[in-house]
Ligand binder design. Structure first.
Ligand SMILES: NC(=O)c1ccc[n+]([C@@H]2O[C@H](COP(=O)([O-])OP(=O)(O)OC[C@H]3O[C@@H](n4cnc5c(N)ncnc54)[C@H](OP(=O)(O)O)[C@@H]3O)[C@@H](O)[C@H]2O)c1
Length: 303
C-alpha cells in the first residue's frame, strides 16, 4: 500500500519503519520537514538490536495524492491542525487511520473527514524518539482498529496489514470499547503521576487507594451511561494490573508536565467530563484533577 504517516514522532516513526519493513511504500508528513525532502530513520528493536537507517520521503504532494492510507500519529490536540490542510490533496477513497491516546480527537474535524473511510486505532506499544533519526521500540503491546464511520467498516483487511507489520493487531466491531477501557486507565494513571511526578508504580501505595477508587467509581458511572458494560471492581482490577505491570514507567502526561509540553488532558479526563455533563453525572474527583493539570500547563501553553 501507499502509506503516508502524518506526525512521525515516536509512535509514527515506529509504525513507519515497520510498515516499510513489511513491504509498503511509506512516506512521512511533518509540520517542520527537513529541507532535503527526506528523513532518515533507524529503529532500535525491542531486543535492543539497531536496524539500519531508512530514508523516507517527506511532505510530497504526489505521495499524498497517491496515498491508499493516511496514518495520523500526532498528539490528540494536533489532529485537526495536522489533518485539515492535507484533505484537499487526498483521493476520496484514501483511508484515514487516527492513532491517539484519549477520545474525541477527530470530533472537531469530523464533518470534513467523515466522507473518507475513517478508522480509529489504539495501541499499547511503547516508543520513544532517542534522537531525530532514531526510534526506540520501548514496550511490546497490542493495537486495536475499528471503524468510525460506515465506509470505515469496509476496511477490516487493515488488521492483517497492520498485524503483518507490527503484531498483535485486532479488528474490533465497536472501537469505543477498547478506547473507553484505555481512557479509564489513562484518567487515573496520567493525571495522578503528572501531578505527583512519580512513576506509575507509586500509585500502588496505600495513600492513593481512596482517590483511585473515587475516580474509577465516577468513570464506571459514565461508562455505564454510555452503554458500556463495566463495574467498579472490573475497572479497579484492570487499573491495578496496569500499575503493577508498568510500575517503572513514566506516563506520557508525567513526562509532558516535566518537559513543560502541552498534555493530552483535554482528550482524556476532559473527554470523560464532557460525556459526564451530557449524562448529568457529577464527576468531582476527575474534575479536580483536570483543573490541576490545566493550571499546571497554562504557563507554557500561553507562551
Ligand atoms: N509514544 C508512545 O509510546 C505512545 C504509545 C501509545 C500511544 N501514544 C499516543 O500516540 C500519539 C502520538 O504520540 P507520540 O508519543 O508519538 O508523540 P510525538 O512523539 O510528539 O509525535 C507527534 C509528532 O507529530 C509531529 N507534529 C505535530 N504537529 C504536526 C502537524 N501539524 N503536522 C505534522 N506533524 C506534526 C510532532 O512534531 P514536533 O515534535 O516537532 O511537534 C511529532 O513529531 C499520542 O496520542 C500518544 O498519546 C504514544
Amino acid at each position: 500500500m501507499n502509506i503516508v504517516v502524518v506526525g512521525p514522532g515516536a509512535i509514527g516513526s515506529l509504525w513507519a519503519y515497520h510498515l516499510h519493513l513489511a513491504g509498503h511504500h511509506v512516506s512521512l508528513w511533518h509540520h517542520n520537514p527537513p529541507e532535503s525532502g527526506a528523513m532518515s530513520l533507524a529503529l532500535q528493536t525491542i531486543a535492543k538490536q539497531t536496524l539500519p537507517a531508512v530514508s523516507f520521503t517527506t511532505n510530497s504532494h504526489d505521495e499524498l495524492a497517491n496515498a491508499d492510507l493516511l496514518l495520523v500519529t500526532v498528539k490528540a490536540w494536533q489532529v485537526e491542525t495536522a489533518l485539515a490542510p492535507l484533505l484537499a490533496h487526498l483521493h476520496p477513497d484514501t483511508i484515514i487511520v487516527c492513532m491517539q491516546n484519549g477520545m474525541g480527537a477527530t470530533d472537531a474535524i469530523f464533518d470534513k473527514i467523515q466522507h473518507y473511510p475513517l478508522i480509529l486505532a489504539t495501541t499499547t506499544h511503547g516508543a520513544l524518539k532517542t534522537d531525530a533519526q532514531q526510534v526506540c521500540h520501548s514496550g511490546l503491546g497490542q493495537t486495536m482498529l475499528g471503524a468510525a464511520n460506515l465506509s470505515g467498516e469496509q476496511c477490516t483487511f487493515l488488521a492483517e496489514v497492520f498485524n503483518h507489520a507490527l503484531s498483535e493487531v485486532h479488528w474490533v466491531s465497536d472501537i469505543r470499547i477498547p478506547l473507553w477501557n484505555k481512557l479509564a486507565i489513562n484518567c487515573v494513571i496520567n493525571p495522578l503521576t503528572a501531578i505527583h511526578q512519580c512513576p506509575n508504580g507509586t500509585l500502588d501505595e496505600e495513600p492513593f487507594r481512596p482517590i483511585i477508587n473515587a475516580l474509577l467509581s465516577e468513570i464506571a458511572s459514565v461508562m455505564g451511561a454510555e452503554g458500556l458494560t463495566t463495574s467498579l471492581e472490573e475497572l479497579s482490577l484492570r487499573v491495578h494490573q496496569v500499575i503493577v505491570a508498568t510500575k517503572a514507567n513514566h506516563s506520557s502526561m508525567k513526562q509532558d508536565v516535566a518537559h513543560q509540553r502541552r498534555t493530552e488532558i483535554d482528550f482524556i479526563t476532559g473527554y470523560l467530563i464532557q460525556r459526564a455533563q451530557q449524562h448529568r453525572i457529577a464527576v468531582p474527583s476527575n474534575l479536580h484533577l483536570f483543573e490541576q493539570i490545566k493550571q499546571m500547563e497554562q504557563p507554557w501553553i500561553q507562551s
